[in-house]
Design a protein. Structure first.
Length: 231
């Protein structure tokens, strides 16, 4: 209780600490967006068992955002569709996230036309995914006012995106891909591969009948990845 004034008795300080944390736990539960809440009803679709932690960061044009079932979205996450609340385009399925996904705290998804995420995709914290960038060719206009072309982003089922990774416009990531923390990904990433770096490169890939082949030819065996498996 060193942070409390010296005149506050230790038992009182402990009680205040416990009450504060209990109150925060209540706020977390009450503020969570889940099926049956008004906030969930504003989404294009919001699957059973899905939840968005409290507080979210930005939820924009949620009618164009579709969330599957049993997907867990952490606190301070941005889910954004379009260019702003007054975007007059026909936004219908701009950001689509599948079933059983896990999205870590402070992730940000900025979908201007299409970001599509498969089932069972897990994201670490602070991941950024965007399907549009800024232009730069007009030297007389601020960069922020020069909108680049839309380039849809697709992330295949079963993929893991590590902490702090960035997925750039026009990227297609295959199924069961591991993206290393801090990577910057652009382009086509094949199924069953491991990518890392800035820009991200394939450093290991699965070859049937051989195993996981590294960039320098070393091979790792295929394992049963289930919890508790020994083979």
């Amino acid at each position: 209780m060193a942070s409390l004034p010296s005149y506050v008795p230790r038992p009182v300080g402990r009680a205040l600490n416990a009450a504060l944390h209990a109150g925060l736990a209540v706020v977390d539960r009450v503020g969570e967006i889940a099926p049956g809440t008004r906030a969930a009803a504003r989404f294009g679709s919001f699957g059973q068992g899905t939840s968005i932690g409290f507080p979210p960061a930005t939820l924009m044009n949620t009618g164009a955002i579709h969330l599957g079932s049993d997907t867990l979205i952490g606190r301070h996450v941005t889910l954004s569709a379009g260019y702003g609340p007054l975007d007059e385009r026909d936004l219908e399925r701009t950001l689509v996230i599948g079933d059983r996904c896990v999205i870590g705290a402070r992730c940000s998804f900025a979908a201007h036309e299409l970001i599509e995420i498969g089932d069972g995709v897990w994201f670490g914290q602070d991941v950024f995914v965007c399907d549009a960038s800024h232009g730069y060719r007009d030297p007389h206009m601020p960069i922020g006012e020069q909108f680049g072309a839309h380039a849809p982003v697709r992330i295949g089922s079963g993929t893991w995106i590590g902490h702090g990774a960035i997925v750039l416009p026009g990227t297609t990531i295959g199924c069961n891909v591991a993206v290393a923390a801090g990577s910057v990904v652009r382009g086509e990433i094949p199924d069953h591969s491991v990518v890392a770096g800035v820009p991200a490169r394939v450093i290991r890939r699965l070859e049937n009948g051989v195993g996981w082949v590294g960039a320098h030819g070393d091979v790792r065996e295929v394992l049963d990845g289930r919890i508790g498996a020994t083979g």
